[in-house]
Design a protein around this ligand. Sequence first.
Ligand code: HEM
Length: 145
Amino acid sequence: MSLTSIPKPRSTYKAGRSNNFEMNSWLFMRGSGLLLVVLVIGHLFVNLWQGDGIQQIDFAFVAGKWASPFWQIWDLAMLWLAMLHGMNGLRTIINDYASRGGTKFTLKTLLYFATFVTVVLGTLVIFTFDPCIDPASTLEVCTNR
Ligand code: HEM
């Protein structure tokens, strides 16, 4: 955008669709950033601070957490918010730095594709995770069946 396209001072504000979209996406960055602080600190606290810290993290630990819908939703929220926040941030950076239309289009297509694949696969992993996938599993939940 060239400088000459900036409206003259005092010209009436025209809210177009794109203005509202950029305003909402800026608000989303603030809101999701705030939520991510809570989600990420909670995640680090439970995984690394409580109990045996990093020593406790193994397959059984993950199985134990994902047996609870609370942690499934927590991790889902972290995945979706971090991905959408990161995607929207990169969209802004592409808009700011890629000047050719073709470059913008290619980078954004790659960005949206990568986001889509990661969100879909991550969501599937959270909800289809099977703690007894190994027939020789010694986890209590599997041996008591
Ligand atoms: C603790 C969590 C986080 C907080 C509090 C946070 C906060 C923010 C805020 C407020 C902005 C908007 C800046 C502005 O336009 O004025 C922003 C931009 C951005 N964030 Fe985050 N963020 C967090 C996590 C993440 C994560 C996990 C990613 C990557 C997956 C990420 C990637 C980005 C990118 C690429 C931008 C755009 C930077 C730009 O416009 O130059 N952030 N962040």
